[in-house]
Design a protein around this ligand. Structure first.
Ligand code: ADP
Ligand code: MG
Length: 738
């Protein structure tokens, strides 16, 4: 009965409230001075290019480094050299196994371990690792989402080494495993993972951006996208977490009355970090430094028990791998502290949810940032060129960017006054807006603010660096020398967002390159500054509609965006359609980011995932109502009814106030029973819909409001029912007891 469950809750509360802070002793898998500075052991568990340099000629290492942006395959000969070097290193460190570490379309990573252990021809035991094993492995691919690209009976897909991302040793209590960052591809060459399209997009971007730079008169070898993802998450005590079926199965609370104290005191953001949480963060950072993840920032976020982690930015491909590692390491290390981390976009109602701010820019092989306003007119032309290409990309491919952030969890955040709206727009800040205005209108004088914008100098503005402007309500904001894609979900892999952003920018750069080439006067090799600036201005003029400096949370913006014709796509099922839009599909095919039926497959995978996530939520909710809420409500009703009967026996009548309470409880309990039935009917309806888009649409249109309604009744009961009967840990406990 619920009394026993409720006592489990009180026991969990006692345990959670009396835990001590775990003291961690810095560990290294071999004896190293524990007082080392982070910089002295950073990357000690990664097989870096510097380490390879002792054994492999640097020309060959350059091939490995540039694997992400080149589309030529690696030679087996080079793989054999690396296999020898890396296995010698890993074995000397005590590793027993290796695995291809890859990113199927589940949002998480996957790994299949194989031992180095083997036999030679004479049957003698030894350790072995070959170039072939490094380059390729064949996990049984049939159980990963493929969206129909690879029929289950054709279960063969393979993983292929991504040479541009360093291999690393994953430590666990009882040993080490060598992880090989890998792509996951079907035998017919289609991408089955998140990494392959990302690398293809980097490849395309490299081509168009280097061409742009050559046309602008810069001699560079290659260009790569950089990314710095800020990761938000929640922390809660494991004992309380384990008592919530919804947190365990759905990653978010499906019911739960928001407590009187939420985030309104504004004391959590940047507040002092609780000792148990800080201890966990420090241990996680220690593990991450060993893995070569450049940890930089940690702080409390807006909501109670919400935190943020941010690294120093890296090449987009490595940043994406590292963000996956951050998520994994935060999870495992939290458990050592009897904590659980929640990466769900909206784990609790009534307080802010979590996102990922993906900071993005482009840099060339000389280390120049393309989005850094420069000191010279030449630099500024480059800056404006890439700015214009990005603004155009966001305008032209807004639906694709919206699609890249669509998920069941993110539907709760986008447009919910805590995260940017579902309308994709671009924020430039006062200074840049003024520059754009000045460039795109004739005449007009500049204000003091932009005084140092010199338009006389061959009509090329000198642009003041301005890092002060912040607009937290914009989904895509310029922040001084990079864009911040602020609408990405906290549980999402950053790869899709980066992939489609890179793809869009690569395309607009190519288009600008073509136009510029046409405008170059005969007999000249370079375009004139006039021509370049004219094209920049024209591009900005044509795409200015996507720029918005105001409050993205306001109702006004919705109206204004509609006037401007900007898409406002509210749900995941609708947002996903964008990938099948002929314009987007053609663009992705043209630059080779998606081949064959990959686009349809991605759509299927994402839609299926949306449906599965929602079905888990609906079924878990129904179970919780049956097993937890209803029994507690009935028990409470019985106690009230029995008490009323006793009172009547004692004084001859039931006081109206008491009767009112009893009536209210009975009414709510009946409403709950009715809600439970409605859920059952809805679930039956769902099982009869066999067309996936129709099912997803039905869930979005009917299932979501239904879950909302049910929740309201349950949360009212939570407020009414005797605390002793309530088995589920309450918001105040999960959020504050740590
Ligand atoms: P905020 O003020 O937005 O909270 P943070 O300092 O927390 O900023 O995070 C900013 C992120 O942007 C960091 O991860 C940082 O490394 C990253 N970043 C800085 N420059 C670039 C760049 N050129 N390309 C990509 N990311 C960058
Ligand atoms: Mg930020």
């Amino acid at each position: 009965m619920s009394t026993n469950r409720a006592s489990a809750r009180f026991e969990a509360l006692r345990v959670a409230g009396s835990r001590t802070t775990r003291v961690f002793k810095k560990t290294f898998s071999r004896p190293i001075d524990v007082n080392l500075k982070a910089s002295e052991y950073f990357g000690c568990n990664t097989f870096s290019f510097e380490m390879m340099e002792k054994k492999i000629p640097s020309a060959e290492i350059a091939i490995l480094r540039e694997f992400a942006t080149r589309d030529t395959p690696l030679s087996l000969d080079l793989a054999c050299k690396v296999a020898d070097a890396v296995s010698a290193w890993a074995l000397s460190r005590g590793a027993t196994h290796y695995c291809h570490w890859f990113q199927p379309q589940t949002g998480a990573t996957a790994e299949k371990h194989d031992a180095f252990f083997s036999f030679d021809k004479k049957g003698r035991a030894l350790e072995r690792f070959t170039g072939k094993e490094l380059i390729q492995s064949e996990p049984d691919a049939s159980s990963f989402p493929s969206g129909g690209v690879r029929a289950t009976f054709e279960a063969r897909g393979y993983t292929a080494w991504d040479a541009s991302s360093p291999m690393f040793l994953m430590e666990s209590e009882n040993g080490l495993t060598l992880c090989i960052p890998s792509l996951f591809i079907s035998y017919t060459g289609e991408a089955l993972d998140e990494k392959t399209p990302l690398l293809r997009s980097l490849c395309a971007l490299n081509k168009s951006a280097t061409e742009s730079l050559r046309l602008l008169g810069h001699d560079v070898k290659h260009v790569i996208a950089s990314a710095g993802p800020e990761q938000e998450y929640f922390v809660c005590d494991e004992a309380l977490f384990n008592l919530r079926p919804d947190l365990l199965l759905a990653g978010r609370t499906l019911i739960g009355r928001p407590p009187p104290r939420g985030q309104q005191l504004e004391d959590h953001y940047f507040g002092s970090i609780k000792p148990r949480i800080l201890a966990f963060m420090m241990e996680a950072e220690h593990e991450l430094y060993k893995l070569g993840v450049p940890c930089k920032t940690r702080h409390n976020e807006v909501a109670p028990s919400q935190c943020e982690f941010a690294p120093i930015f890296e090449n987009a491909n490595i940043a994406a791998d590292h963000n996956q590692l951050v998520v994994e390491v935060l999870r495992t290390v939290a458990r050592r502290h009897q904590l659980q981390v929640l990466f769900h976009e909206k784990p609790y109602a009534g307080i802010n949810g979590s996102g990922k701010h993906v900071n993005w820019s482009l840099s060339d092989n000389l280390g120049h940032n393309m989005l850094e306003p420069g000191d010279s007119p030449m630099d500024n032309i480059r800056f404006l060129w890439f700015l214009a290409a990005t603004v155009k990309a966001v305008n032209q491919y807004a639906t694709l960017l919206r699609m890249s952030i669509a998920s069941a969890g993110n539907d709760f955040r986008l447009g919910a006054n805590e995260a940017p709206p579902a309308i994709i727009s671009c924020f430039l800040g006062d200074t840049l807006t003024e520059v754009v205005e000045k460039l795109t209108t004739t005449g007009g004088s500049l204000t003091d603010r932009a005084k140092n914008i010199n338009l006389d100098l061959a009509r090329v503005p000198v642009i003041a660096r301005d890092n002060t402007d912040r607009n937290r309500t914009s989904p895509f904001a310029f922040t001084g020398n990079k864009f911040e894609f602020r609408a990405v979900g906290s549980s999402a892999s950053i790869s899709p967002s980066l992939t489609y952003l890179n793809s869009a920018v690569s395309t607009t750069l190519s288009e600008m390159n073509e136009t510029l080439k046409k405008s170059v006067a005969q007999g000249r090799s370079l375009a004139s500054q006039e021509d370049i600036l004219k094209l920049i201005v024209q591009t900005l003029l044509e795409n200015k509609a996507v720029c918005f400096e105001g409050n993205g949370y306001g109702e006004e913006w919705h109206k204004e965006a509609a006037r401007r014709g900007l898409p406002n796509i509210r749900t995941t099922p609708d947002a996903l359609l964008a990938i099948k839009d002929p314009k987007n599909k053609a663009m992705l095919a043209a630059i080779g980011v998606h081949r064959g039926d990959e686009v349809d497959a991605r759509y299927n995978v994402k839609l299926e995932r949306y449906i599965k996530v929602r079905m888990i939520e609906l079924e878990t909710l129904q179970e919780m109502l049956s097993n937890e809420v209803f029994p507690a409500a009935i028990a409470h009703t019985r106690i009230l009814a029995q008490s009323a009967a006793s009172i009547k026996a004692a004084i001859g009548n039931i006081p109206v106030e008491i009767e009112k309470q009893l009536r209210l409880t009975i009414d709510l309990t009946s409403a709950l029973a009715a809600a439970k039935d409605k859920l059952t009917v809805f679930l039956e309806k769902c099982s009869s819909i066999h067309n996936e888009p129709a099912l997803a649409a039905t869930i979005a249109a009917e299932g979501m409001p239904l879950m909302e309604d049910v929740r309201k009744v349950s949360d009212q009961l939570e407020n009414l029912v005797d605390d002793q009967l309530w088995a589920l840990p309450k918001y105040r406990e999960i959020l504050y007891v740590m």
